[in-house]
Design a binder for this molecule. Structure first.
Ligand code: PBG
Length: 325
């Protein structure tokens, strides 16, 4: 035998060969761009720990959505900063709450954009936990009803898909039932099936003003040390009626993305979270890495691991690069 029989470099010779055999592609249509909505008029506020990401008022939404569409991004996920918070997160399901108003604005002005909503209470509770408290403990079953009400209020306002991120047990079934009973059987649930208690959410908690005022989220979000448990969590959500499974964060949990890809046939989304975004931005600002290249390599790695959908603050940046290619 002549050595070497297989020369991998033959197909790396030039960019046309490399394009020909490329296994993974990024597509703007598979990004979901997060938007933070705050009360007020005609304002945009840059989030200090997330350069390039803004809290915006409702009147700015249509412009954002149109920009997304021009870049090929078809979907956004909404997070709200309510005017008032209370112990049980009433603002989460208020008919004229910040998110409900935002959904109606988007669906009126830019109906083509797919509006996904984060269903959780932490932005709406004065204690910052993702559920309501009984004796200072987040009470699972009491929270379910509020979450279902919240998801239903989003559907009523016109949301295309709801994404529960609270990590209460049984919430997918509860939300599915509430939607079905009220004629929203066609609204899918993208569940944060596998969400870890992660320090990578730090910048988001500043952005959405939702850090827990005492304790942490470890009694409901998953232990970063566990991967078999991720399969149990995902199985539950599938059985309860989830349509898409989210793994969150993304890069530190690519093994989990790959495992879910092998075990389940539902579409899988990975959430490239605020801290993952902030680290790349910060290093790039310092001139220590090439921000655009690291961004693309990172997003590609998430796809390669098996995610169909990527929720990312980089959506517009990468879409611009893809469009200019
Ligand atoms: C709400 C929620 C969080 C994120 C998405 N939905 C914060 C948290 O769980 O503490 C984090 C997203 C990010 O860091 O980009 N529960």
């Amino acid at each position: 035998m002549v050595f070497p029989e297989y020369r991998p470099r033959r197909l790396r010779k030039n960019s046309a060969f490399r394009a020909l055999i490329r296994e993974t592609q990024l597509a703007a249509g598979q990004f979901i761009y997060p938007l933070f909505i705050m009360p007020g008029k005609n304002r945009r506020e840059e989030i200090p720990s997330m350069p390039g990401v803004f809290r915006i008022t409702v009147d700015q939404l249509a412009g954002e959505a149109k920009e997304c569409l021009r870049l090929g991004i078809r979907s956004v996920i909404l997070f709200g900063l309510p005017e008032k918070k209370d112990g049980v997160g009433s603002g989460a399901h208020a008919k004229n709450g910040i998110i409900q108003t935002a959904i109606r604005e988007l669906k009126n002005k830019v109906p083509e954009i797919l509006v996904v909503t984060d269903v959780c209470l932490c932005e709406y509770t004065d204690h910052g936990h993702c559920g309501c408290l009984i004796n200072n403990v987040v009470d699972n079953d009491a929270t379910l009803e509020i979450l279902a009400k919240t998801a239903l209020s989003h559907a009523e306002a016109g949301a295309d898909m709801v994404a529960p991120s609270d990590m209460m047990d049984g919430r997918v079934a509860e939300i599915r039932a509430a939607l079905d009973e009220n004629n929203y059987a066609s609204v899918p649930i993208m569940s944060y099936a596998v969400k870890y208690a992660s320090a990578f959410y730090g910048p988001f908690r500043d952005a959405a003003d939702c850090a827990p005022q005492f304790g942490d989220r470890k009694s409901y979000q998953m232990d970063p040390a566990n991967s078999r448990e991720a399969l149990r969590e995902a199985t539950l959500d599938v059985d309860e009626g989830a349509d898409i499974l989210i793994v969150k964060p993304a890069v530190a949990y690519l093994d989990i993305v790959a495992r879910l890809r092998e075990e389940f046939d539902l579409p899988i989304a990975a959430y490239h979270v605020s801290g993952e975004y902030a680290m790349i931005k910060a290093a790039a600002e310092k001139g220590w890495i090439d921000g655009d290249k690291v961004m693309e390599e990172t997003l590609l790695s998430i796809k390669r691991a098996g995610a169909d959908i990527i929720i990312t603050y980089f959506a517009k940046d990468i879409a611009k690069i893809l469009q200019n290619r």
